[in-house]
Design a protein around this ligand. Sequence first.
Ligand SMILES: Cc1ncc(COP(=O)(O)O)c(C=O)c1O
Length: 373
Amino acid sequence: MTHFSQRVEQVSISGIREVFEAAGEDAINLGLGQPDFPAPEHAREAAVEAIRAGKADAYTSNKGTRELREAIAAKHARDNDLDVDPEHIIATSGGSEALHLALEAHVDANEEVIFPDPGFVSYDALTHLAGGTPKPIGLRDDLTLDPAAVEDAITDETAAFVVNSPANPTGAVQSPEDMRKFARIADEHDVLCISDEVYEHIVFEGEHRSPAEFTESDNVVVVNACSKTYSMTGWRLGWVTGSEGRIERMLRVHQYSQACASAPAQFAAEAALSGPQDRVSEMVEAFQQRRDVLLDGFEDMGLETPKPRGAFYAMPKVPAGWVDAVIDRGVVVVPGDAFGDGGTGYARLSYATDLEQLKEAIEVMREATEAVQ
Ligand SMILES: Cc1ncc(COP(=O)(O)O)c(C=O)c1O
């Protein structure tokens, strides 16, 4: 008799989808994890040109085109002051595949993976799919991940820990000092640090630094993508960087599961990474303005909200029944516990929606707050 694997039976379809399905068609959606801006025109054009010229029909090298990997290496030099060899990069189908490769290549059956709780839903699911054991750990009051808590959670069974800054679902930004400590922990305990930096550019206060800048070993792999920075979630283009040995192992997974990232998307990503970057700062300015409006709204309603310093999410503490009351009134928000037990008592809102709709949603949330208090 056929059956399903234990690994897949431990994973369920994300709770976020269920919320979308529960909402009416003309609901204001504050549940989406994607920017509401068009992708840069020069990125789109580069893909169209490559398609027209017949350059995007064939497999590329498994790691991605040399030109794309050079553009990614140049990005790391420009933004992170990191010298990354283009040979030490694999272009992937979004940051999601990059996370999958990192976990598949490094986690043995029953080994533990430590990650933030609440945290991005894929960390738990991909750990199960790799046969590992998820070890979610709670956050500080400001919703950042405490390096000391990570260090305390490490056992002989720990294969990896995940750092995500700026973070989904919290919007928290780790300090450079924390990032330095994460690198030290990876070095001293000889465990892998997977640094998920897909929101790297969306920072309002503080500074994004990568643990890769501080490590003295090769125990950090970096996951990044064009998805959030360039509003290119549909293009499915991300990447992972790591040492030669780690890349070679991750490539084994990528080669057999993906062959290569989609060729048209590789041309678009190369153009996005190496072309003008002003669209990114315009988008970040818009997000910051919306965040401030949303935080003022929550303050007026009396909802305590740890101040998000990056990404485009906020996590207010909400009274019982609040999420349902908001959804019933036509605004989609996600219950915090969809991101782990540590999210209980919170809701996650994405403010990747225009200011007018956001203001409308704030009024709806105000009514819902009054109704449940
Ligand atoms: C923290 C985090 N990492 C990775 C991803 C995956 O991004 P991609 O769309 O590039 O697969 C997401 C998407 O929401 C995310 O929030």
